[in-house]
Design a protein around this ligand. Structure first.
Ligand code: HEC
Length: 218
């Protein structure tokens, strides 16, 4: 008998607690509901168009910095051409509006660019192509990349800069895309350096001054 009374009392108490916490279904309340597992329903964030004291101008939606280009928005270059930023030769390695590769590196070639390109080449290309670009990188030595292109092959020397940019950006054959790893300008820097590497292997005796030839013959 006592046990039954205890059970009834405990049951009533639990019921009262449950009712107190959960309330009547459909009843309106101004208090936030009790959430046992809130997941990520509520989080700290700035709502657009609402005032916010965090920024000096008190606006939560800040304007984009000057010079920001929206994706797909047409831009006008210094030369007066108009195209979408995504279609610019720097971005695609192609003549805008065609599938033709651009012949020359669109960046200004100077020593800083070449040094930067050398650094990037040694990091991102040398493991496979070797620091000389001859295709004898470490991945060949340890056997994970049995055949790697020799970048001094006549066929590759003759490619346009845009085609090499395309290979680097999207990969080709068994070579994976390097584009996702290094930025657009870094890729052009690498290509500028690659041209210097190729030139270093293409030197002919006639390129030397008479004094240099004489010094070499000694
Ligand atoms: C993981 C190894 C690997 C890395 C890293 C790599 N390559 Fe390659 N690359 C290859 C292989 C392998 C080939 C030959 C692909 C084929 O013919 O299937 C190749 C081919 C090429 C070609 C010739 C494409 C053609 O037209 O036949 C060029 C140019 C080239 N790589 C440039 C680069 C440059 C520049 C970098 C650095 C940004 C680089 N590669 C990084 C493995 C690599």
């Amino acid at each position: 008998m006592r046990i039954i009374i205890s059970i009834l009392i405990i049951g009533a108490a639990l019921g009262a607690v449950g009712f107190g916490m959960l309330g009547l279904q459909g009843k309106l309340s101004r208090k936030p509901p009790l959430e046992l597992f809130p997941d990520m329903d509520r989080q700290a964030k700035l709502r657009p168009q609402e005032p916010n004291k965090f920024f000096a101008n008190g606006v939560s939606s800040q304007l984009a910095p000057q010079g920001t280009i929206a994706r797909g928005e047409p831009i006008q270059t210094a030369a007066g051409e108009v195209y979408r930023f995504e279609d610019s030769p720097v971005n695609t390695g192609r003549v805008t509006g065609t599938t033709n590769f651009i012949e020359n590196n669109p960046l200004a070639i100077n020593e800083t660019l070449l040094q930067h390109g050398r650094e990037r080449f040694d990091i991102y290309c040398a493991p496979c192509h070797g620091r000389l670009g001859d295709g004898n990188g470490i991945t060949k030595k340890i056997g994970v990349m049995p055949t790697v292109a020799n970048l001094h092959d006549k066929r590759i020397v003759q490619q346009m800069d845009g085609e090499i940019f395309n290979t680097v950006t999207h990969g080709k054959g068994v070579m994976g895309a390097v584009g996702p790893l290094i930025g657009v300008e870094d890729r052009w820097a690498v290509i500028a350096y690659l041209r210097a590497l190729q030139l270093s292997q293409l030197g002919a005796l006639e390129d030397l001054t008479p004094e240099q030839t004489a010094a070499l013959k000694k």
